[in-house]
Design a protein around this ligand. Structure first.
Ligand SMILES: NC(=O)c1ccc[n+]([C@@H]2O[C@H](COP(=O)([O-])OP(=O)(O)OC[C@H]3O[C@@H](n4cnc5c(N)ncnc54)[C@H](OP(=O)(O)O)[C@@H]3O)[C@@H](O)[C@H]2O)c1
Length: 247
């Protein structure tokens, strides 16, 4: 059974990705930060549907905790799946913050940097020894790297950095046949940045060719497909999953 680790799997896109991967027969290890109960609900749902899943706490902003997290991952791989390897890492955990550049503080900037760029970099580095050859890293970016619309400059800049990092991962991990790709969602109905009100949703739906905002499973199902064997030749790409946002 291929095993995928999904950061921020307690809610939103990460939870939908976990469920979609489990439906396709993958074992799923999700992480949570503040919402253990939500993560346990995702695990329970997967297990009730006949799948295998586990949840481990991880603060992606705290890179000093990554070696201990890797050791806990190794313990769970052994206990739940009787293996010492996993197959895919989805760097999904994130948060949103809406502020024009003139009012962004250094603390805001550093917090976004730690979660959206530094965290994925060092978490991938830390977990790489446990990843099977032929594995896959998926980094969750954002359509905000392509269109400057909503007052999320540092967030979008770090997501842009993550897309560049993805190409370097693909290049440097290729000798182990490990793929790396970025997924750039458009507007998706989650709690990110405090969620959407009706007015904002109407605006975003109007900017989307398919006339609605996305649901978490619109992205989760796509990521699960990307992890599958039929997508084996897709590498070093950023793929927008947005229903056609601002085209
Ligand atoms: N929603 C959108 O429109 C959209 C668009 C483009 C890109 N994205 C990206 O998609 C990813 C998922 O976002 P979402 O919309 O699904 O958001 P969400 O519903 O708010 O879920 C965020 C997830 O990230 C986890 N998380 C937050 N901060 C963390 C930290 N410091 N350490 C570890 N985990 C942390 C949360 O864990 P807890 O629940 O345990 O706190 C939760 O599982 C993010 O990278 C986001 O930037 C979202």
């Amino acid at each position: 059974m291929p095993i995928v680790i999904i950061t921020g799997g307690s809610r939103g896109i990460g939870a939908a990705t976990a469920l979609a991967c489990a439906r396709r027969g993958m074992g799923v290890l999700i992480t949570f930060n503040a919402n253990q109960d939500a993560a346990e609900t995702v695990v329970k749902t997967i297990c009730q549907q006949g799948g295998q899943a586990a949840a481990v706490k991880l603060d992606v902003a705290d890179s000093a905790s990554f070696p201990a997290f890797r050791d806990e991952v190794a313990r769970r791989l052994e206990a739940v799946w009787n293996t010492d390897r996993f197959d895919a890492l989805v760097n999904n955990a994130g948060f949103g913050q809406f502020n024009p550049i003139v009012s962004v503080t250094e603390d805001d900037f550093d917090a976004l940097y730690r979660v959206h760029l530094k965290g994925p970099f060092f978490l991938t580095q830390t977990l790489l020894p446990l990843m099977a050859d032929g594995g896959h890293v998926v980094n969750i970016s954002s359509a905000t790297t392509r269109v400057a619309t909503s007052g999320v400059a540092p967030y979008a800049a770090f997501k842009g950095g993550l897309e560049v990092l993805t190409r370097y991962m693909a290049k440097e991990f290729g000798d182990r046949r490990i793929r790396a790709n970025s997924i750039a969602p458009g507007a998706i109905r989650t709690d990110l940045g405090g969620g959407l009100n009706d007015e904002f949703e109407t605006l975003l739906a109007g900017q989307t060719a398919l006339g609605r905002i996305g649901e978490p499973d619109d992205v989760g199902a796509m990521i699960a497909n990307l992890l599958g064997e039929d997508s084996r030749w897709i590498n070093a790409q950023t793929i927008e999953v947005s229903g056609g946002y601002m085209i």
